[in-house]
Structures are given as structure tokens and as C-alpha cells.
Design a protein around this ligand. Structure first.
Ligand code: FES
Length: 106
């Protein structure tokens, strides 16, 4: 089983069972997780799917590509070292990812 834990900026956490191959953004949208807007639907052109990945999980996901890195500079809340766009993080078999959503996405 694969899971993603979404914690909002107030500290409230929600664990969601995720489908392998879906993105962390798609998993949030399909399960009604607040805090991820995803205006562009995952085409890497909005930065409203910004999340902060738990430091312990960073090594388990592929590094970001150049385009994601550029898009993150336009995120509504300032990026941090652990910032990622959740549409670019794929759920893998047995993964147990933890992300925190920013206070604002727009
Ligand atoms: S959903 Fe638009 S960049 Fe991720």
C-alpha cells in the first residue's frame, strides 16, 4: 500500500491511500484534500500545487527538473529547500510520503 500524509499549515494531518502512478497532486485532488489548488491540472504551468516535502522523504523521490525549479520561484508562498510541485511527484509502490501544504497557493 502507498500512502501520502498531507499536513496543512495549522498542523492538521490527513493520511490518504494513494494509487501507484498518480501524482501527489492528483491524489490530493481526488480525495478532496484542501490546500492544493492545481489550477493547471498538472501541466507544470501554475505552481499552485506547491508543497513542502518532509526532510526524511526527500531522498526517496527523484530530484526536480529545471522547469519545476523555475516554476517554484512563482509560488504564492516563498519556497524553501524542501519545496516541490506536487504534480511532479509520482506515487510509487509502498511509498509513505509526508508533505505539508503552504498557508496559501494563490
Ligand atoms: S498543478 Fe500546476 S504546476 Fe502543478
Amino acid at each position: 500500500m502507498s500512502t501520502v500524509t498531507y499536513t496543512d499549515h495549522t498542523g492538521q494531518a490527513r493520511v490518504v491511500e494513494a494509487t501507484v502512478g498518480d501524482s501527489v497532486m492528483e491524489t490530493a485532488v481526488r480525495n478532496g484534500v484542501p490546500g492544493i489548488v492545481a489550477e493547471c491540472g498538472g501541466s507544470l504551468s501554475c505552481a499552485t500545487c506547491h508543497v513542502f516535502v518532509d526532510e526524511a522523504d526527500l531522498a526517496s523521490i527523484p530530484p526536480m527538473e529545471e522547469m519545476e525549479d523555475e516554476m517554484l520561484w512563482g509560488a504564492a508562498q516563498d519556497r524553501e529547500d524542501n519545496s516541490r510541485l506536487s504534480c511532479q511527484i509520482k506515487v510509487t509502490e509502498g511509498c509513505d510520503l509526508h508533505v505539508t501544504t503552504p498557508a496559501t497557493q494563490v
